[in-house]
Design a protein around this ligand. Structure first.
Ligand code: TXA
Ligand code: MG
Length: 307
């Protein structure tokens, strides 16, 4: 990717067509929503989703929010109880994310949910994100479009500065109206405060924590295998299921060619397969640390020491 990337195109038919073509080709594109600019990729394509983490340089895999056109599309991905459907009916499209049980037949890449059985989903109100959803016909996973550790972008120029050389395209539709990430609700509780307040939603105030923005969502956000997991294994010890990488073949292999983006895309599927295989323990081959490898190793450490 050239150092002059990303290109910034004003919102319109041409920009949406180009963005949709890039997403169909497995790339990620920055697009405004009513909250902040998001970095969107096809949520059904695990390598494309791994590309989001690679572009952000995120050192860990948090589950991502999936964006869909309307409630009907959301109901094909998640299971709604009456309370969730009521919130969706009243506040979608808008800056409300619901964490709901993931449907088994949803077709969402497991890296999106970080292996969890729940999914965070929302119907955005912004015309550019809505146009992109319509043009791609895909659910789009999108975290905020900034490099890891940087603040969330509310203008195309913020995105371009933060992700220079890492993404091909930003759709520019001016400043985002809310400027703050969506309110996240799970089981009638606010996990992350946002533009829609507790009073507006008719829910209790979010529980106070030292890091109210991310901590509650993250506490609930770690899939851990039920079996013991050993790291940096170059061969099997006794009765282990070995998840390989590169030259360490294993029962399964995150990436025979040693590609960390491919390994990230396969990680949670591989952990689930290991958990349901007959051997009582899991071993994982060493994965290099640079780039997205840092996130893979973070996740593996958490899986090895879940508490
Ligand atoms: O406004 C927004 O929500 C923006 C725009 C782009 O839509 N997106 C955004 O996504 O803020 P992201 O990936 O930065 O935030 C996702 C949050 C994280 O705090 C994560 O822990 C939480 O959602 N989350 C996602 N799935 C979850 C799940 N299954 N259970 C609990 N928390 C979850
Ligand atoms: Mg963010």
């Amino acid at each position: 990717m050239s150092p002059t990337n990303p290109r910034i195109l004003p919102h319109g038919e041409a920009a949406i067509a180009e963005a949709a073509a890039l997403i169909a080709a497995g790339q990620c594109v920055a697009v405004p929503t009513e909250t902040v600019y998001g970095l969107a990729a096809d949520a059904t394509d695990s390598v494309a989703v791994a590309g989001i983490y690679a572009a952000k340089g995120r050192p860990s895999f948090n589950p991502l929010i999936v964006h869909v056109r309307d409630l009907a599309a959301a109901e094909r991905i998640a299971t709604f109880d009456p309370a969730a459907r009521d919130l969706a009916t009243r506040f979608w499209p808008g800056p409300l994310t619901l964490v709901l049980p993931l449907r088994a037949d949803a077709g969402i890449a497991s890296l999106v949910t970080a292996g969890l059985s729940t999914i965070a989903i929302r119907v955005p109100a912004h015309r550019a994100m809505q146009a992109l959803l319509a043009a791609t016909g895909k659910p789009l996973a999108a975290p905020s479009a900034n490099a890891s550790g940087a603040i969330s972008p509310t203008r195309a120029a913020h995105v371009a500065a933060s992700l220079a050389g890492r993404i091909p395209l930003v759709i520019d539709d001016g400043a985002t109206p809310a400027g703050l990430e969506s309110t996240i609700v799970m089981d009638g509780h606010i996990l992350r405060p946002g533009p829609l307040t507790a009073a507006e939603l008719g829910l209790p105030e979010a529980a106070a924590t030292t890091d109210a923005i991310t901590a509650p969502g993250q506490l609930a956000s770690h899939y851990a295998p039920a079996k013991p997991l050993r790291l940096n294994a170059v061969e099997r010890n006794g009765d282990e299921w070995l998840i390989g990488f590169g030259d360490v073949a294993g029962d399964d292999n995150l990436s025979p060619s040693g590609d960390c983006v491919e390994a990230a895309a396969r990680l949670f599927d591989a952990l689930h397969r290991a958990d349901s295989a007959p051997p009582p323990a899991i071993a994982v081959a060493p994965v290099p640390h640079p780039g997205i490898g840092a996130a893979i190793n973070d996740r593996l450490r958490r899986a090895a020491h879940p508490h």
